[in-house]
Design a protein around this ligand. Structure first.
Ligand code: THU
Length: 146
């Protein structure tokens, strides 16, 4: 029964591609203000991978996180069903964890998909969007008003 509620595990090949892609994407980070590069890689239902990095701006609030860059790239290319996202940073001792804004944007596209939070040594922890953002507000809620 627990199995039904869990998002299916990724095939090893998909997972390895995803983990490599997020590390690679980190190299493109534009983060002259924070000096905190982040990379993300998003796996679609179709097996496509979209990567993204954080892109900061001299007008600080306009900066965007790596996760949302990847999601925006996928959506704008016509993909909106996601299996997983992997995130990489240079933090040595902590798994990189998505900010609240990114969790809400992930949630827009479903709650039952996987978020791989990595460390540079290749280890990771994985949680569903639901676990990272419980009791969330989403598109279905807008349909509930009569
Ligand atoms: N950042 C991300 O891109 N993703 C995260 O999961 C955490 C934070 C970025 C935003 C900003 O450019 C820099 O990291 C420092 O917060």
């Amino acid at each position: 029964m627990a199995q039904e509620r869990c998002t299916p595990a990724l095939e090893l090949e998909h997972l390895q591609r995803l983990l490599l892609s997020c590390r690679e994407a980190k190299k493109s980070a534009y983060c002259p203000y924070s000096r905190f590069p982040v990379g993300a890689a998003l796996l679609t239902r179709e097996g496509r991978i979209f990567s993204g990095c954080n892109i900061e701006n001299a007008c600080y609030p306009l900066g965007i996180c790596a996760e949302r860059t990847a999601i925006q790239k996928a959506i704008s290319e016509g993909y909106k069903e996601f299996r997983a996202i992997a995130i990489a940073s240079d933090l040595q001792d902590d798994f990189i964890s998505p900010c609240g804004a990114c969790r809400q944007v992930m949630r827009e596209f479903g709650t039952n998909w996987a978020v791989y939070m990595t460390k540079p040594d290749g280890t990771y922890v994985v949680r569903t969007v639901q676990e990272l953002l419980p009791f969330s507000f989403g598109p279905e809620d807008l349909q509930k008003i009569q």
